[in-house]
Design a protein around this ligand. Structure first.
Ligand SMILES: NC(=O)CC[C@H](N)C(=O)O
Length: 239
């Protein structure tokens, strides 16, 4: 008999209900319980966690008020976590464009991230993505970007996507794998060159997954399927 797997969704603010619906839609060999996490006790029951999109500063503040900040940091050290958009910001080791008085991060993934990094002209957009490792790879995944962050390594400087790969591979911790890209000609503002780092929109490092867009706002379950099969199931032995 395979053990069921509990995936929590941090439910303090943002698009948590949509993640729960997508997880409940999955039809996999192992049963998934998709539970909302509002307290440290809720978190304790989980094998893995999704931190949704929303507003990273608000989520961090509510996490502090709910006594979840330290338990979340501890959880991230040992269990799989997927951050979408604001959730990706919270998982970064540092952030550019943080709120004036600074903002609290959880860390866990060795990247720097530029909050609202597309600039004020580009509030939101949709674009087909090239993704490695999803089911039905020939079907493009629609990326929904809403005041999305951009993955940067060096504050205020853009380095080529290839160089980024190399530096990320050398970063402490597990190697980083870029898993989704935007074609340079689809960038909403012209690419500086074909290696514009804005083309990198999803990464995986060790147990963690980070997407700068919102898979939960589509009807396409393939990213949830990916997280469950590739990041979560290997950490929960069957009994
Ligand atoms: N769609 C989103 O999650 C937006 C993230 C938001 N810009 C933030 O700072 O948290």
């Amino acid at each position: 008999m395979s053990t069921s797997v509990t995936i929590g969704i941090l439910a303090l603010q943002g698009a948590f209900a949509e993640h729960q619906t997508r997880l409940q839609n999955l039809r996999l060999k192992r049963k998934i319980d998709a539970v909302l996490v509002k307290t440290p006790e809720d978190l304790q029951r989980c094998h893995a966690l999704i931190i949704p999109g929303g507003e990273s500063t608000t989520i961090a503040l509510l996490a502090r008020l709910s006594g979840l900040l330290e338990p979340l940091k501890e959880f991230i050290r040992v269990k799989p976590v997927w951050g979408t958009c604001a959730g990706a910001i919270l998982l970064a080791q540092s952030v550019t464009g943080a709120k004036k008085d600074g903002q609290e991060l959880l860390g866990g993934v060795s990247i720097d991230i530029a909050r609202n990094g597309w600039g004020s002209q580009v509030e939101s957009f949709e674009a087909p993505l090239d993704v490695t490792g999803l089911q039905d790879p020939s079907v493009p995944f629609t990326g929904i970007f809403i005041r999305a962050p951009v993955l940067f390594l060096v504050v205020h400087s853009r380095i080529s996507a290839d160089l980024l790969q190399v530096v990320l591979a050398l970063a402490p911790g597990a190697p980083i794998q870029v898993i989704a890209r935007l074609a340079p000609h689809l960038l909403p503002e012209p690419a500086e060159d074909e290696n514009d780092p804005r083309t990198i929109v999803a990464l995986r490092q060790g147990l963690h997954l980070l997407t700068t867009f919102h898979p939960e706002l589509t009807r396409d379950d393939r990213f949830h399927d990916y997280f469950a099969r590739k990041c979560v199931f290997p950490t929960v032995p069957t009994s």
